[in-house]
Ligand binder design. Structure first.
Ligand code: PMP
Length: 427
């Protein structure tokens, strides 16, 4: 058994100060049980807790750490930037420098604005879509999570699904009544919604590959279908690439599946581990934003110099090493994701594994998982046992069935073997 004494003490202390002892619900390990380790430091593919336990990291801070922890060029860029001041509240050259890198990766993004989180990016994109179209309704999909803005906490995935709550208290019905939550991978549901609300739907927002219900892959033609239907009805298509952007390919899911959205939201990798998000897209839409247009959006720390520096170092590295990075991620992730399925099968446990590039989920169900209802057939008790076993064996997986696991460039053959050895022990 791991020694967890110091983490336990810190959890008791934190619980008297922060609700649940955490700043984000899933960190409390409620769904899987066991003590949440308190992290002391992280480097490459590993995390160390305050009791000295070492973990192989398969959640990468929920996505941002694609280059591994404390990656030297990112650390140096942040150090260099902080010496010049942590925040200006005024324009500086690195905003355009990072924006240029982003537009190079995402040709659909003609203009963008930086914010401090994925939540802000999605919330702002929705307001902009409503302002631009003059319409009220928003279509989202069950199990997709677009941050915790009021209008988007309807049948959301991630922590909402993990804790089994249908939405959130504190969101007035009047705020959520214009959000239509439809099943993912079902174009006829989208057609029906547009037929029921003619001329009233501002936008469709979607995780092009779902991560927040566990990983779910878009069916052949699904994203192209959303593009066609939104175009036919004069609604905007927003791809939420907070998770998939720079991860599935340099140009995210829109490059991989060849679909051109009106707006894109970004987060996680774009800030290299510092608080940063962005939303962007068609110039005519983006120019509806203040100070050019009537849609208001702002931020004291938006375009923060440290976040820009970390983003430039991270995205710059991905651009300069594109072929090597994405082929390594594919190769290593495939070996881990498929290897564990084989080990489970040998032990008589049937898993359904969904994977696109370096994001994947092992569902404890033998059914195909194509939408949230399928994901919910997973045996959450079995997942909890597996999770606690893997933690004990030194492998840190995302502590919920409704989250994707991530691999980064610091993971290699050694880490594959470690993960498979741990899984053999646990199964
Ligand atoms: N959209 C997606 C697809 C996400 O995965 C997340 C976070 N997991 C968000 C939005 C919200 O981002 P943040 O936590 O940075 O507010």
């Amino acid at each position: 058994m791991r020694v967890m004494e110091k983490s336990r003490q810190l959890q008791v202390r934190a619980a008297g100060l922060l609700p649940g002892g955490v700043d984000s619900p899933v960190r409390a390990f409620r769904a899987v049980g066991g003590d949440p380790p308190f992290v002391k430091r992280a480097e490459g593919a590993y995390l160390w807790d305050v009791d000295g336990n070492k973990y192989l990291d398969f959640f990468g801070s929920w996505g941002p750490m694609i280059l591994g922890h404390a990656f030297e060029p990112v650390v140096e860029a942040i150090k260099e930037a902080v010496g010049r001041g942590a925040s200006f509240g005024a324009s500086h050259a690195d905003e355009a420098n990072l924006a240029e890198l982003v537009t190079r990766c995402f040709p659909s993004v003609q203009r963008l604005r930086f914010v401090s989180s994925g939540t802000e990016a999605c919330m702002s994109a929705i307001r902009l879509a409503r302002g631009f179209t003059g319409r009220k309704f928003v279509i989202k999909f069950e199990g997709c999570y677009h941050g915790h803005a009021d209008a988007l906490l309807v049948k959301a995935g991630s922590g909402i699904a993990t804790l089994g709550i249908p939405g959130s208290a504190g969101v007035p019905e009047e705020t959520a009544m214009h959000t239509l939550a439809l099943p993912y991978n079902d174009l006829s549901a989208v057609e029906t919604a547009f037929a029921l609300h003619p001329g009233q739907i501002a936008c469709v927002i979607v995780e092009p590959v779902v991560g927040n219900a566990g990983t779910i892959i878009p069916a052949e033609g699904y994203l192209a279908g959303l593009r066609r239907i939104t175009q036919e009805h004069g609604a905007l298509l927003i791809l939420d690439e907070v998770m998939t952007g720079f991860r599935l390919s340099l140009g995210g899911a829109q490059e991989l599946y060849d679909v051109k959205p009106d707006l894109t939201t970004l987060g996680k990798i774009i800030g290299g581990g510092l608080p940063c998000g962005a939303f962007g897209g068609r110039a005519d839409v983006m120019e509806f934003l203040a100070p050019l247009g009537p849609v208001y959006q702002a931020g004291t720390l938006s375009g923060n110099p440290l976040a820009m520096a970390a983003g430039i170092a991270t995205v710059g590295h991905l651009i300069a090493n594109e072929a090597a990075v994405y082929s390594q991620l594919e190769h290593v992730t495939k070996a881990v994701a498929e290897g564990v399925v084989e080990i489970a099968a040998a032990a008589g446990v049937r898993l359904t594994m969904n994977r696109v590039g370096s994001m994947f989920t092992w569902f404890f169900t033998d059914q195909p998982v194509r939408n949230f209802a399928d994901a919910a057939t997973s045996d959450s008790a079995a997942f909890g046992n597996f999770h606690r076993g893997m933690m004990e064996a030194g492998v840190w997986l995302p502590p919920s069935q409704y989250e994707a696991a991530f691999i980064g460039t610091a993971h290699g053959e050694v880490e594959v073997e470690m993960a498979l050895a741990a899984a053999r022990k646990v199964f």
